[in-house]
Design a protein around this ligand. Structure first.
Ligand SMILES: [Zn+2]
Length: 512
């Protein structure tokens, strides 16, 4: 089921036409996650029970005492913890240690002995796609927009994992990094969702229902690419069988949004745990590429050509050859390059560092004012990123939650898993009415033929009454069942039964 959902996700986003799938290492060097901000920032506030030593997330303990404890700073949480004294979930005592920031990454060592270097299991798949930017840029012939996507494992050393598949230390995620030129009008056609009313919870405002087009026009959604990705996310959730009446998009509050993010919406799904964030769609500005550029000194940029070459007047300094030449001799060339890079406001004498690292003092008589024109045909810029990030385990769990139905049949409780055909782990079940008189052989043959079709999972079941077998298939969400009976042996027809309607039709075996 997970493979099917992963594949459905990849196929769905490939529809953009300009994305490529990557598979990056899960073990990541320290420097990468230091540059991304995870080493410094990626933490939860933890407190320990003085009585039983159980560690708890401070914000979780205070959920009953504050509308959004997740957004509080450490000092605010500390005061609230001391004022409210919530009971320990393990032992009921109220003796809490001072709150500490606990980094959520699993650390490890890459390599052995003295050459071993610190590293982490990746907390998200995104960083590998940012550090691959230059390879992606070449792959897409240096033309934006384009995207990279990845499905795989992420790891977070959660302080107190709970709610089963909702919060795991090792989890499955799917992320897309879509690189755009902030100055080019994005080609974001929203007409495909003209008739869909989206349930939106904008930051600080009442929930509304409107189309994506209207939400963009009214400034509720701040970026058209974010809106389009919300539409694509909506279609994906519908395809895998989520009940779309139980999906809403909630905008991050400004204090909950990362400081660099320009807009961020979560797709929340309602299930037995209430409303749970399952997808985040964030406009991250140029933050990620810029951070890695700063940390490595390597350019992570795209080039944008101007419509017309631009000439700019540079008003600055150059050297006076007559005096600087004899003064600096072999270094004169380097001095000239350095002086021409100084701003007009520089006062002399000035001490400057040359390219070779040497320091020289430049006197007023070595320089003269210099005005020149600079002609440029284009410029290098840091692309912006829009990132949809999906929690695959949370989606699987809600697919199961929404598909689970209890019905009544002949006065008895009857359970059906109404899974969408795209994600049902078994596509079809084949039953002989009785395992005798050749019905079993005919059914086994059909089963074998189905198993030979790529991507089809068939199940043969000859055990128990036929009603019991239908019930077992319904319980695991098999969309269709085929039954071989006496008539099959005479005219080659079988019964095809649809799970959700219970409808049965006779069809020739060869037209299945
Ligand atoms: Zn305790």
């Amino acid at each position: 089921m997970r493979s099917k959902i992963n594949q459905a996700w990849i196929d769905h986003w490939l529809g953009l036409g300009n994305v490529v799938e990557l598979s990056c290492p899960t073990v990541t060097p320290y420097a990468v996650l230091e540059a991304s901000g995870h080493v410094g920032e990626f933490s939860d506030f933890m407190t320990q029970c003085g009585s039983c030593q159980e560690a708890s997330r401070a914000d979780s303990l205070l959920e009953a005492h504050h509308p959004n404890p997740d957004a509080l700073k450490r000092d605010e949480l500390q005061s609230l913890l001391e004022a409210e004294k919530p009971p320990c979930p393990a032992c009921g005592m109220t003796d809490w240690s001072e709150i500490l920031a606990q980094n959520l990454m699993f650390n490890t060592t890459i390599g052995a002995g003295a050459s071993g270097r610190p590293g982490f299991l990746r907390p998200e798949t995104a960083q590998g796609m940012f550090t691959s930017f230059n390879a992606l840029y070449r792959h897409f012939r240096e033309r934006l927009p384009f995207g990279a996507m990845q499905v795989g494992k992420g790891y977070r050393n959660e302080i107190a994992p709970r709610q089963g598949m909702i919060r795991l230390r090792e989890f499955n995620m799917a992320e897309l990094e879509y690189f755009i030129d902030p100055e080019s009008p994005a080609d974001d056609d929203l007409s495909a969702w003209d008739t869909v009313s989206f349930a939106l919870v904008p930051d600080g405002k009442k929930p509304v229902e409107m189309t994506l087009e209207v939400a963009c026009q009214q400034g509720v959604i701040r970026h058209a690419t974010v809106a389009r990705f919300m539409g694509i996310t909506y279609d994906f959730l519908a395809k895998v069988g989520i009940d779309m009446n139980r999906v809403r998009f909630r905008q991050h509050e400004s204090d909950e949004m990362a400081h660099y993010a320009m807009d961020c919406w979560d797709a929340e799904i309602e299930g037995s745990f209430g409303w749970i964030e399952c997808v985040g769609i964030a406009h991250r500005g140029c933050y990620d590429l810029e951070s890695h550029e700063k940390a490595t000194g390597k350019s992570l940029r795209a080039r944008r050509e101007f419509d017309e070459p631009r000439t700019t007047l540079v008003d600055a300094w150059t050297i006076d050859g007559a005096t600087a030449g004899p003064a600096f001799k072999a270094l004169a060339g380097q001095v000239k390059a350095t002086v021409e890079g100084l701003p007009k406001s520089t006062t002399f004498p000035a001490t400057v560092a040359l390219e070779n690292g040497e320091t020289v003092v430049i006197e007023p008589e070595h320089v003269k004012p210099n005005q020149r024109t600079l002609k440029e045909t284009g410029e290098w810029y840091i692309p912006h990123v829009v990132e949809p990030a999906f929690g695959i385990d949370r989606i699987i769990w809600h697919v199961l939650d929404h598909a689970y139905a209890e019905q009544e049949k002949n006065g008895e409780a009857y359970t059906v898993m109404q899974l969408a055909p795209a994600v049902a782990p078994v596509d079809i079940a084949v039953f002989p009415l009785f395992e005798k008189e050749g019905m079993d052989d005919a059914a086994a043959k059909i089963h074998q033929r189905l198993c030979g079709r790529p991507g089809t999972v068939s199940m043969y079941d000859g055990s128990g009454s036929i009603g019991r077998r239908y019930a077992r298939a319904d319980e695991i969400g098999v969309p269709q069942c085929i039954t071989v009976d006496h008539q099959t042996l005479q005219d080659g027809t079988v019964t095809l039964r649809e799970r959700d309607t219970g409808e049965q039709v006779r069809v020739p075996m060869d037209s299945l």
